[in-house]
Design a protein around this ligand. Structure first.
Ligand SMILES: Nc1ncnc2c1ncn2[C@@H]1O[C@H](COP(=O)(O)OP(=O)(O)OP(=O)(O)O)[C@@H](O)[C@H]1O
Ligand SMILES: [Mg+2]
Length: 343
């Protein structure tokens, strides 16, 4: 069965402030061929991302949530041009990232950077801080060593490290300090768009708030736009203005964070939120416990991808993909419960 176009219409061109999106994802699918060949039999396809569309506006923090393996990093890496999509595309500042020439692509890529999840493995242990943070400027070229050092010192202060750290190596730093180094490196080329893929999950809980506060401070001071990937729904509620909930490569629900937390419509979102919002006494909701594990993205269900674990699944959910419905302005849900008869 062919995938139906299962996305918000995204007719909205400008946001409330009249801004055009900085990044637009349109009907993006990423499939990875696996297996096959002489010994391993039939070729299979991992449908990591299926027909996702979203718009991220300048200066906002856009949240991406969903269980492990639902395709968040694959989507983010494709948005940064690190993976070529199977279908669909990404527009950055209105230009098709995968439709431009190599030189323009390289220039566009400089405006989009990433903070890695694990600051222990993402920093080269043989390099000192000056080399790590300054490397993107060195690769870009056109800067003297003095200019690079001056810029690195400026960034060290900005991320809360000191001039004395310039010639230290990653092993001399704690996890939180390493993440600050990673952030300084990510912003040295003055990107407009920063992907934060689980930026604190590898760190000690005691430094989570410091790193998140630093990201918020930088956003205010430099005016960056973030895609923020997280398992922590309490953090997403606090810092993200809009969000998408993914399940097995598909968008389940998207819209303003406030609307989704106040009125989650998809049973999957309800289940995710019911586990974290118990402390919110004014907003007590029925608790939904999800049974089973996320199924394999090889041969995902032909109907709704969530149907096998959905506590409210109906017969048709097994066979028919739900269309995306706008349940309130800007709030989209892909669920048969929101779109039609309950059969
Ligand atoms: N290069 C690849 N080749 C084959 N399968 C891949 C590849 N990259 C990712 N996948 C698969 O695609 C699916 C989505 O992976 P992805 O890393 O995007 O998930 P995620 O939502 O970021 O998970 P997590 O929360 O654990 O980081 C997974 O089933 C993963 O195994
Ligand atoms: Mg990931």
């Amino acid at each position: 069965m062919a995938d139906i176009q299962n996305n918000p219409p995204l007719a909205q061109e400008v946001d409330e402030k009249g801004n055009l999106p900085l990044v637009s994802v349109r009907n993006l699918s990423v499939h990875f061929p696996v297996g096959g060949g002489f010994l391993f039999g039939k070729k299979k396809t991992v449908k990591a991302v299926s027909d996702i569309s979203l718009d991220i506006y300048p200066g906002e923090t856009y949240g991406l949530v969903g269980e492990s393996g639902c395709g968040k990093s694959t989507l983010a890496n494709t948005m940064l041009g690190m993976i070529t999509p199977t279908e669909g595309t990404v527009y950055f500042k209105g230009k098709d990232l995968f439709g431009v020439d190599k030189k323009t692509f390289t220039e566009m890529r400089r405006g989009m950077q990433m903070i890695f999840q694990d600051p222990y493995s993402s920093l080269n242990p043989r390099f000192d801080v000056l080399q790590i943070i300054g490397e993107p400027l060195k690769i870009r070229g056109g800067y003297t060593d003095e200019e690079i050092e001056a810029r690195v010192l400026e960034l060290l202060r900005l991320v809360g490290l000191s001039d004395k750290d310039l010639h230290r190596h990653p092993s001399d730093f704690s996890g939180g300090q390493r993440q600050r180094i990673g952030i300084a490196r990510a912003i040295i080329l003055n990107p407009d768009f920063l992907v934060c893929d689980e930026p604190v999950s590898a760190l000690d809980v005691s430094v989570h708030a410091q790193i998140l506060n630093l990201l918020m401070k930088l956003q205010k001071e430099i005016g960056m736009t973030y895609l923020f990937i997280s398992h922590n729904l309490a953090v997403v509620k606090t810092i993200c203005t809009h969000m998408t909930v993914m399940y097995l490569g598909k968008m389940m629900e998207s819209g303003k964070t406030e609307s989704i937390y106040k009125n989650p419509m998809h049973p999957y979102t309800q289940a995710l939120l019911s586990a974290v919002l118990d402390i919110d006494v004014d907003n007590k909701k029925e608790r939904t416990i999800l049974k089973g594990d996320i199924p394999s993205p090889i041969d995902p269900p032909i109907g709704c991808r969530f149907c096998q674990r959905c506590p409210k699944a109906m017969e048709k959910c097994k066979y028919i993909q739900p269309e995306t419905v706008e349940v309130e302005p800007g709030h989209f849900v892909a669920c048969h419960l929101c779109s039609g008869e309950r059969v």
